[in-house]
Design a protein around this ligand. Structure first.
Ligand code: SF4
Ligand code: SF4
Length: 297
């Protein structure tokens, strides 16, 4: 098995045992349990794209407002691919926690909150193009849910917590991250523009929509008018379109057709830049040689 893993994401100690969908889990969490809210008071919540979409829709906020008020970016790897975490209070408490009632965004709570106390491991086996999902159990001292007398399978727990919908809309994004990690240095460090596109398409839906509907974008990509109409009003469709565009930008996969001649135009523009740069280098070198000669005579 490859050791390439993408952990969705707990900073807590995990038991090394790997679980699959039909593994048994002994756990129960409910209002009134002695540790109620303990987990949310020391939260470390990584957000993935569909989490951001659900929360910003819940608050009827623009994605810019939501990102600014509730999140903080962090680098997910050595290439500075941007991840996102929830901003927490100084004492570590989640901003959506209410002491009395618990989670105030329960129906739209993020993926990591749904899965807890499970950590999700996306693993790619050697010689396989398909990522495999496995789980590990997070056991923390403050969490008394493990002492409850209820046993169920991982799959039953996932269904109970409504994980399916979140996994469905984040799946292509996880695959993208895993592919980037598995590819290693061979795929090269993404340039600044690719990283900006990654952030915008993953988390800043409203800015990404303006970008996709802009004249410049339309002049570059050959997309049917009905697709543009859908992207204008459907956040989820926009997110899924973004996954394809990111694969195009990061791995050169041709998933979104370009307008005829765009590639040639880009090459021509780059050629002009290269020629100007080469000319500047030659002139600088000549100047250096002239100065050197002047000093020596
Ligand atoms: S979003 Fe809800 S469940 Fe998740 S840490 Fe915050 S209060 Fe807890
Ligand atoms: S049982 Fe665990 S998950 Fe539930 S409230 Fe307590 S600490 Fe949080």
């Amino acid at each position: 098995m490859s050791d390439e893993k993408f952990d969705i994401p707990f900073k807590s100690p995990t038991l090394p045992k790997v679980l699959s969908d039909d593994s048994k889990l002994k756990f129960s969490c409910y209002k009134g349990i002695s540790c109620f809210n303990a987990c949310c008071k020391r939260s470390d919540i990584t957000l993935v794209p569909y989490d951001v979409l659900r929360l910003k829709q819940r608050f009827d906020m623009s994605s810019e407002e939501f990102l600014d008020k509730y999140t903080v970016p962090y680098p997910m790897d050595q290439d500075q691919v941007p991840g996102l975490k929830m901003k927490v209070h100084d004492d570590g408490a989640c901003p959506f926690l209410d002491e009395e009632t618990g989670c105030t965004v329960y129906e739209d709570r993020p993926t990591v909150c749904r899965y807890y106390p499970l950590a999700v491991l996306n693993i790619r086996e050697k010689d396989s193009s398909e990522p495999q999902i496995q789980y590990s159990l997070v056991v923390e001292e403050h969490c008394k849910g493990h002492e409850e007398d209820r046993e169920l399978t991982v799959d039953e727990y996932r269904k109970e917590q409504g994980c399916d919908e979140f996994d469905f809309y984040n799946k292509e994004w996880y695959e993208l991250i895993l592919k980037k990690k598995s590819a290693g240095p061979g795929v090269g460090k993404p340039n600044e523009m690719s990283l900006q596109l990654f952030f915008m398409a993953s988390y800043n839906t409203d800015m990404f929509r303006r970008f996709v509907l802009s004249d410049k974008f339309r002049a570059s990509y050959d997309i049917p008018a009905e697709t543009y109409e859908q992207l204008e009003k459907d956040d989820v469709a926009l997110l899924q379109f973004g996954y394809k565009l990111m694969r195009q930008a990061l791995f050169g996969e041709k998933l979104i057709p370009e307008q005829p001649g765009v590639w040639e135009k880009r090459v021509e523009e780059r050629r002009a830049v290269w020629e100007a740069r080469t000319q500047a280098e030659i002139e600088a070198r000549n100047k250096q040689v002239e100065e050197q000669m002047r000093k020596e005579t």
